[in-house]
Structure formats: structure tokens, C-alpha cells
Design a protein around this ligand. Structure first.
Ligand SMILES: [Zn+2]
Length: 77
């Protein structure tokens, strides 16, 4: 834990107040307590065919058929 510099008096604790926008601190950091949600991350590979069509794949294929021009294409990353 970082201690505040000795020359700076500690800010008085805010107790029993409704959440309100705090004045900008010197550090520019606002600290609020919130419940954390969860986010699921998913990798997508963006494919782009020579014909100009682009789409996404969840897995990186070696060979893929372009949905537009129907050519079987070798995938290069
Ligand atoms: Zn194509």
C-alpha cells in the first residue's frame, strides 16, 4: 500500500453520503465501490478474401471457402 506523502493531510472520510460526483482529485482517480460484472471474451479471426469479402471465424482454419466467391482459399495469418 502506498502511503500519502506526509505533507498532505489525509482527506476526511466520507460517511453516510449518497454517491455524488467528487471534485477532480490531483491524481485524477475516482474511487467508487461497485459490484463487478463479468465479461466473456471471445477470439475472432477476421478473414478477408481477395474478392473483397470479409467475415469472421472462431477458429483459424488452414483452408476456407469464401462465402462470396466460393473459392477455396489458403489462409495466411
Ligand atoms: Zn472471395
Amino acid at each position: 500500500m502506498l502511503q500519502p506523502p506526509p505533507e498532505k493531510p489525509a482527506a476526511p472520510a466520507r460517511v453516510g453520503q449518497a454517491p455524488q460526483p467528487l471534485p477532480a482529485l490531483e491524481s485524477g482517480i475516482l474511487v467508487r465501490e461497485e459490484e463487478l460484472g463479468t465479461v466473456r471474451a471471445q477470439r475472432l479471426y477476421k478473414m478477408r478474401c481477395e474478392c473483397g469479402r470479409s467475415w469472421f471465424e472462431l477458429e483459424l482454419p488452414t483452408l476456407v471457402e469464401c462465402p462470396a466467391c466460393r473459392r477455396l482459399c489458403l489462409v495466411s495469418a
